[in-house]
Design a protein around this ligand. Structure first.
Ligand code: ADP
Length: 348
């Protein structure tokens, strides 16, 4: 590939952006989204349990209990919410915590729901307190309380809603108020995916994208996808761009590895931000402990980006540990950069 082509292909993507997606990515993501429970790869305990809940509820002709989905971004929470609606044979209305600014915004949405419909609220931990409290009676007894008039004429009017199912998604259950958490009957935590599961997702996505790819190449992408289907699909799309420009008919291991190297995803699957964060911990903070705020400030990143996206994978992959005094780099992190590890792990 010429330097010019390389620059065009990878411009702006030197660090595979984990948070923002381009418009094309969003559209493609929708087409790659699984629609049925049987198409949802991995998370077997969750899908098995969900199948039983859905079958039983449908037999009783009742709406499904409220469902709370938690886990890092890109693991399939939104996909599962859509799948639930599909399997229940109901409509889904999707919104997000920050989009509902006032209780009034929610009234319109709630009163438009039919019996058994799904209301999906992404980032539910970011609902304002007022909106959250407004949701409680809606979730519990399908009622909302309106206050009309002001001062001495103020009156509360109860309005009956049709029984619906709230599916909430959050990257951090810890930030959810206890009374809200308690109103969910079904709770699932999504974990990072196995390489073999990601390889299946990649092969399936390649088919939808009209791409030919061999098993070894799919596994290589899976190994470097941070255990995350969204990242796997994004890497696949970049490899598709490369293959198209280079007129390569079938992606093999060599093509996949070369493109991933050019995207600066290393053999362990860490990207530039991961490496920057780890190096900072090792070099500027002597391996830690370091607080998330200092890390975010030094990296010039939002605290939320670190705690929602960067940290969970580095923890899971064993590069860092969380201690009461902050995050510390493990021996694996030192080894990754070929730096001598001189600490005693037991201390942490
Ligand atoms: P989240 O809501 O947790 O951020 P999404 O549901 O938006 O994640 O998933 C991101 C993308 O990853 C989806 O568009 C879909 O293509 C893919 N994906 C996620 N989970 C799975 C899965 N279990 N099987 C197949 N594809 C998946």
């Amino acid at each position: 590939m010429t330097e010019e082509t390389r620059r065009k292909l990878f411009e702006g993507q030197k660090t595979v952006d984990k948070v923002q997606e381009t418009e094309e990515d969003v559209v493609l993501n929708m087409s790659l989204r699984p629609h049925k429970l049987t198409e949802f790869v991995g998370q077997k305990e969750i899908t098995d349990n969900l199948k039983v809940c859905i079958t039983a509820t449908k037999q009783r002709k009742e709406p499904l209990e409220h469902v709370l989905l938690s886990g890092p971004p890109g693991l399939g929470k939104t996909s599962l919410a859509h799948i639930i609606a599909h399997e229940m044979g109901t409509k889904i209305t999707a919104t997000s915590g920050p989009a509902i600014e006032r209780a009034g915004d929610l009234i319109g949405i709630l009163t438009n729901l039919e019996k058994g419909d799904i209301l999906f609220i992404d980032e539910i931990h970011r609902l304002s307190k007022v909106v959250e409290e407004f949701l409680y009676p809606a979730m519990e007894s399908s009622q909302i309380d309106f206050i009309i008039d002001k001062g001495q004429f103020a009156r509360t009017i109860k309005f009956n809603l049709k029984p619906f199912t709230l599916v909430g998604a959050t990257t951090r259950t810890g930030l959810l108020a206890a009374p809200l958490r308690a109103r969910f009957g079904i709770f699932y935590h999504l974990d990072f995916y196995q390489i073999e599961e990601l390889a299946r997702i990649i092969k399936h996505s390649a088919k939808i994208l009209g791409m030919k790819i061999d098993d070894e190449a799919a596994e290589e992408i899976a190994r470097r996808a941070r255990g995350t289907p969204r990242v796997a699909n994004r890497l696949l799309r970049r490899i598709r761009d490369y293959a198209q420009v280079a007129k390569i008919d079938k992606v093999n291991l060599e093509v996949a590895s070369k493109t991933l190297d050019e995207l600066r995803i290393d053999k362990a699957g860490l990207d530039e931000i991961d490496r920057k964060a780890l190096k900072l911990m090792l070099e500027s903070f002597n391996g830690g402990p370091v607080g998330i705020d200092s890390l975010a400030a030094s990296l010039n990143e939002e605290v939320d980006t670190i705690s929602d996206t960067i940290e969970p994978y580095l923890l899971k992959a064993g590069y860092i540990k969380r201690t009461s005094r902050g995050r510390v780099a493990t021996k694996l992190a030192y080894e990754h950069f070929g730096i001598k590890y001189a600490k005693q792990e037991e201390l942490f």
